[in-house]
Ligand binder design. Structure first.
Ligand SMILES: [Zn+2]
Length: 317
């Protein structure tokens, strides 16, 4: 089978790879789509010290079961599935353990059954434990923020405030049901939100951008004893600029990152149920698709974010 192997900066190469040999608890999946994840861009953009190249990456897979191991009971050949895989998703086939496979509805397109990000957002929303009537702010409404927005609507927030520096993202957030759209390049976020909340600040803020500025903004707009949910990924050393203020405001700091496999699989199962039930509109979020052979281009687009870009997916037609 064919697969894309990452050799270094901007250098995926299509190669002939061995067909995976199935273990008894695995299914062989013919990959139809694999989402390009924000967390992968840096390994493609430059060769990272300490990471082994060539690399087989890609973890946001959907496809059709081609073959099953001897112990498989829940799936059969021909089943449509979304999968959480540990790399090797940019290929024609991958072997996946049964507990990492989730049925996808017949009406769904493969490119829209991109599960792993939804597992993260599902766990993030559940850990935030939003209460009925809460005012919630999303600081950064790219792909992940726009999924969070849709899920938060289902848990009963009274008002959802979308904050982003890209107006086109705010306009999508508006279409998906955000109540207030704010652009920090134009709006005084803190003042507007104080105004909207009788001077208190929001009950729950989600910091999604993974930047010092988004973290600071989230702290600025959260009410005393409100929840500050750190959903953004902050690699390396960062300093919380004003821990004294966080102390004084008695924030409930929630780290919405998940490494425990059981947690990831639980988020996957619940997230997939929401996608299958049509509760998350993925169609509007998947803006770019490219054949596997053009994977370097798919990464370039994900890095450069041309106008209208939200998320790119590599497909095997
Ligand atoms: Zn991902």
């Amino acid at each position: 089978m064919r697969g894309a192997v990452l050799h270094g900066a901007h250098d995926f190469r299509m190669e002939d790879l061995d067909t995976p040999i199935l273990k008894e608890n695995e299914c062989l999946v013919n990959i139809k789509a694999c989402g390009v994840c924000h967390s992968e861009i840096h390994q493609w953009d430059r060769k990272i010290d300490g990471l082994e190249y060539p690399r087989h990456i890609g973890h946001e897979v959907s496809g059709v079961i081609e073959n099953i191991g001897s112990n498989i009971t829940r799936f059969k050949k021909g089943d449509r599935v979304a999968a959480w895989v540990d790399g090797k998703g940019y290929a024609e086939q991958v072997a996946v353990q049964e507990d990492r496979l989730f049925p996808m509805s017949d009406s769904l397109e493969f490119r829209h059954a991109i599960l792993e990000p939804v597992a993260c957002t599902t766990n993030g929303v559940m850990r935030a434990n939003i209460q009925l009537g809460d005012t919630v702010a999303l600081v950064g409404t790219g792909f992940m923020g726009l999924i969070l927005l849709q899920q938060i609507k289902h848990v009963g927030a009274s008002k959802i405030i979308a904050i982003d520096i890209r107006d086109e993202m705010l306009s999508v957030a508006g279409k998906l049901g955000a109540d207030v759209l704010l652009n920090p390049l134009r709006d005084n976020i803190e003042a507007v939100i104080k105004d909207l909340t009788n001077g208190r600040g929001v009950d729950v803020s989600f910091e999604i951008g993974g930047l010092q500025t988004t973290l600071d903004s989230a702290a600025d707009i959260t009410r005393m004893e409100g929840k500050l949910v750190i959903f953004g990924y902050h690699p390396g050393e960062r300093i919380i600029k004003d821990l004294g203020y966080w102390n004084w405001m008695a924030f409930d700091i929630i780290n919405a990152h998940f490494r425990n496999l059981d947690t990831i699989l639980k988020g996957s199962r619940i997230g997939m149920e929401m996608i299958n039930a049509g509760k998350i509109n993925m169609e509007v979020l998947i803006t770019h698709t490219m054949p596997l052979e053009e994977i370097n281009k798919a990464f370039e687009i994900s890095k450069n974010k041309p106008e209208g870009f939200i998320k790119s997916v590599v497909i095997n037609e």
